[in-house]
Design a protein around this ligand. Sequence first.
Ligand code: UDP
Length: 253
Amino acid sequence: MKTVSILGVPIHPHTYDSWLDHIATWIQAADRLYHVCTVNPEFVIIAQSDPGFYRVLCQADACLADGTGLFLASRWLKRPLPSRVTGSDGVPKLAERAAHEGWRLFLLGAASGVADQAAAKLQVVHPALQIVGTYAGSPADTEAEAILAMVNASGADVLLVAYGAPKQDLWIAQHRDQLQVKVAMGVGGSFDFIAGVIPRAPRWMRRLGIEWLFRLLRQPSRWRRMLRLPTFVLAVLRYGEHPTPKLSKHLNI
Ligand code: UDP
């Protein structure tokens, strides 16, 4: 699949259906761990000053366009992505497909009890869904051994990791050789939304692509993170497909 480069980060032009079809292929192949990232403008800006995270995104098997900013940037660059594919909408769709196909899911991350509540909600909608484990845990190295043992013993096919960016994807990449799941995916705040701990923006705001504004109004402590949005816009206008000079310098290119 030919990717669209945004500030050097390769985004895969997936739709929900094509992404789920790839997951089916990967689970059937069962030859290694496949890594899916749900990329938004924050990821792209963090990657400009974190070459380790940048490499993880480049090596991922799918970088989905989670944020509206990426979708709009792709249009500006005349390489339009077919659709946004978000973690918040994607996880329920994945659960539906998993229930049909018999894929086993493990929900890792979020605050204590949230993954459990999200699992219960998904299982009410899809009684056939197999969620073989949930655990809040943390991305700290001291916890890794216990978490890896738990996930591997569960026999999960798909591991969803909600530690926020960049921690969740760095954690997956760091442990990819020890993890026995077939697919691992960073899902940000998706469990919070599914569990109903954090409300989602009203539909009209989601349609306008201003879900970030709703989240900012509800959690004003996010303002510092939100500054990355204008930084992203300015950087895309200036550098387009190419990495910013900051990242190029880190990469020696
Ligand atoms: N989180 C966690 N452990 C950490 C950091 C974050 O479990 O050390 C969880 C947090 O509780 C939330 C999720 O990671 O459920 C990501 O939240 P955030 O709002 O940052 O995600 P976004 O959707 O903005 O990427």
